[in-house]
Design a protein around this ligand. Structure first.
Ligand code: SF4
Length: 666
């Protein structure tokens, strides 16, 4: 498919964009003290060089009591302008346009950060902090309109080509729009007109102050997915009202941070909410941006061609690969490092007060330090093990000009990554696997699969450097009954070699345990495409189809610790738990399996022992570091390293990062 529409120009008010890819705002945590720091500027410069048409930076808080987190950008004072100007100059020089998002977090602010009680439309507690905000007085609302306008003025002075008002995701402006958080009875509450008044006044005030020509973007949620909140019908009207007020572009997004509907996790199908953009586009003449889980340029083109929206919003996809637009434009689609919607580096980082990073792109946020330079002394490097750490190391080493030999014991590349993504809800892991395999094959790397690396065979190659990336192996725990025929390892299940029958008990609730649980539950359910076919042809009504899709086999995860998927961060764990719940998986925490018997497992809990009936038992615990070859090679090669799980069991992200860092320094 030719990406003609994606790479055609588009007009936002008076602003002309070279293509229809918009990097959406995302908190990064790089803005120390609220300033656009050098890493912050470099981050956006790379995305501008990568070919995006418009970069929406921020949100930048318009008052300190509206900040949403640690090291978020600020525009509440003129002192921020000089650094913001450096940022816009870098973006402009790299060929893109810039827009600053103006933000007030309202009840999503944390008094522990701001030193003040959060403010909102009404006194409705924030589930993020548990704090009850103070309702703004009418006078304060007028002041707030002034603060947004001041922020816009500073943005223009700093050289931004446009400003965006954050009126979505549960932040202050959306707290006024939503009947859930706006319980006011004055002119700023009650009817939809009243609830929209604050947003309209901000738009008009900015237009009045900066001129009708200065483009104003409005970020709006299609649906809050909060009970009693704003749904699509109201959003249609709000969109029209905002257009009348002077908005030049509607940047449509979905769901608040407190929504129970997953909107960004891996289990969300790509472009799942795009149909909502088409609904809004019917209501307005101004262009509409569609977003959420669009990481594929072909899909983006299809959405544009189908008239779903005018522009495509991407944030995480451009964190994972800043060069996505240029690679797409020049037909190098297979070279795009895909955002797999894991949220481990980015969203988890934001919610934990850490700078944003990326599982797939170790350079995100540290572009200067992670630049790839040619090796000072290119040599022969053997990488043993072609899991994610080994392949990332090989990729970077090859890019730096080393002669690389990548050795893998199995016939296929990927290591533990081959086990991820078997469950439909986790399928994005397969795209990471495809990308890494494509890269190591594309680059000049000698790949030896089905090859057991031993001391002699390694030394026979006379390598200058050896990197052990042999990953982990599973040692089955000493548990009575592990040899029974209905007991399987995680690998045998995920490779489709196990005879999954009836009720499934999974021992271990780490990430592999969750993958197995999702896969096992899914195996008993009607696939979505079959359900769709049967409904479309009248063989089932939608209710019946839904029931069949939910008819999963009974699956129970047994975990000794207090939490399932314990090492995941807040947002990635939320996605996994939502997936497990939606498939009806039972979660037993604080529970130890002490025996596997015929027809069940004996469990030890705080209040005693019990037997859980099970026809299939899967052991997903007992992974240990596989670092024996490292010990055998110690002192026998000039330079020896060990990385990833072979060194210490850790997350996939950490393994990839270790590899990326090491490979840049050899
Ligand atoms: Fe995407 Fe995961 Fe990277 Fe976030 S950490 S940008 S979700 S690949």
């Amino acid at each position: 498919m030719k990406l003609k529409r994606l790479f055609s120009g588009v007009q936002i008010g008076n602003l002309e964009l070279k293509n229809r890819i918009v990097m959406l705002s995302m908190q990064l945590g790089y803005a120390e003290g609220g300033f656009a720091t050098p890493p912050f500027i470099r981050f956006y410069e790379e995305r501008a060089k990568g070919g995006a048409g418009l970069l929406i930076v921020g949100g930048a808080h318009i008052h300190p009591h509206g900040t949403g987190g640690v090291n978020f950008l600020a525009v509440d004072d003129d002192r921020y302008i000089p650094d913001l100007r450096k940022l816009t100059e870098a973006i402009r020089t790299a060929g893109a346009k810039s827009c600053l998002q103006l933000l007030h977090s309202g009840r999503y602010a944390f008094s522990i950060l701001t030193g003040e009680q959060p403010v909102s439309a009404s006194e409705v507690a924030s589930p993020l902090s548990g704090e009850v905000p103070r309702a703004l007085s009418v006078e304060e609302i007028k002041d707030m309109v002034g603060l947004f306008t001041d922020g816009a003025r500073r943005a223009r002075e700093a050289g931004f080509d446009a400003v965006e008002i954050c009126g979505s995701t549960g932040y202050l402006v959306s707290q006024f729009l939503s009947p859930f958080t706006n319980r006011r009875t004055d002119a700023y509450g009650g009817s939809l007109e009243g609830r929209t008044r604050f947003a309209v006044e901000i738009v008009r005030s900015i237009k009045q102050a900066l001129g009708e020509d200065y483009p104003v973007v409005f970020r709006l949620s299609f649906d809050d997915y909060v009970e009693g909140g704003t749904g699509l019908d109201e959003t249609r009207s709000i969109a029209g009202t905002l257009e009348e007020a002077g908005v030049d572009l509607l940047d449509m997004q979905v769901g608040w941070h407190e929504a129970k509907v997953p909107t960004s996790a891996m289990l969300v199908p790509r472009a799942a909410f795009a149909y909502l953009a088409a609904e809004i586009r019917k209501e307005v003449a101004v262009p509409v941006v569609v977003t959420n889980r669009i990481n594929d340029p072909l899909l983006a083109e299809e959405l544009l061609q189908d008239g779903v929206a005018d522009l495509i919003g991407m944030a995480r996809a451009l964190i994972a690969d800043p060069e996505l637009p240029n690679k797409a434009r020049t037909g190098r689609l297979d070279e795009i490092a895909p955002c797999i919607a894991c949220n481990q580096g980015c969203m988890d980082g934001v919610f934990m007060g850490r700078p944003v990073s990326c599982l797939v792109n170790p350079a995100a946020g540290r572009e200067a330090r992670f630049e790839i330079h040619p090796a000072k002394k290119p040599g022969k490097v053997m990488v043993i093990g072609a899991g994610p750490a080994g392949m990332e190391a090989a990729r970077v080493l090859a890019l730096r000009g080393h002669e690389v030999i990548l050795v893998e014991r199995e016939e296929e590349l990927g290591g533990q990554l081959t086990l991820c993504g078997t469950a439909r809800d986790r399928a994005e892991f397969k795209s990471l696997l495809r990308y890494l395999i494509h890269e190591v094959r594309r680059l000049d790397i000698r790949i030896l699969t089905g090859t057991e690396a031993g001391e002699e065979s390694v030394l026979a190659h006379r390598p200058d450097v050896v990197i052990i990336a042999t990953g982990a192996r599973q040692d089955l725990p000493e548990l009575p009954g592990t040899g029974k025929p209905h007991v399987y390892t995680a690998a045998s299940v995920l490779r489709g070699e196990a005879d999954l029958r009836g009720r499934v008990a999974i021992i271990g609730g780490g990430h592999i345990g969750c993958e197995v649980a999702l896969y096992a539950a899914q195996r008993g359910a009607m696939p979505p495409d079959v359900a769709r076919f049967l409904v479309l042809h009248g063989a089932l009504d939608p209710e019946q189809a839904l029931a069949y899709m939910r008819r999963t086999r009974p699956v129970t995860i047994i975990e000794q610790r207090k939490k399932i998927a314990a090492y995941y961060g807040r947002t990635s764990r939320f996605g996994i738990l939502q997936g497990l719940r939606s498939r009806g998986v039972t979660l037993m925490t604080g529970t130890k399996c002490v025996e596997i018997c015929d027809g069940g497992v004996v469990l030890e809990k705080a209040n005693g022992r019990e037997t859980l009936e099970a026809d299939t038992v899967v052991i997903t615990s007992g992974y240990v570091e596989e670092g024996a070859l490292y010990k055998r090679l110690e002192g026998k090669v000039a330079e020896l390293h060990i990385i990833g799980d072979a060194k210490k069991l850790k997350s996939c992200q950490q393994a990839v990062w270790d590899a990326a860092e090491l490979a840049r320094n050899i």
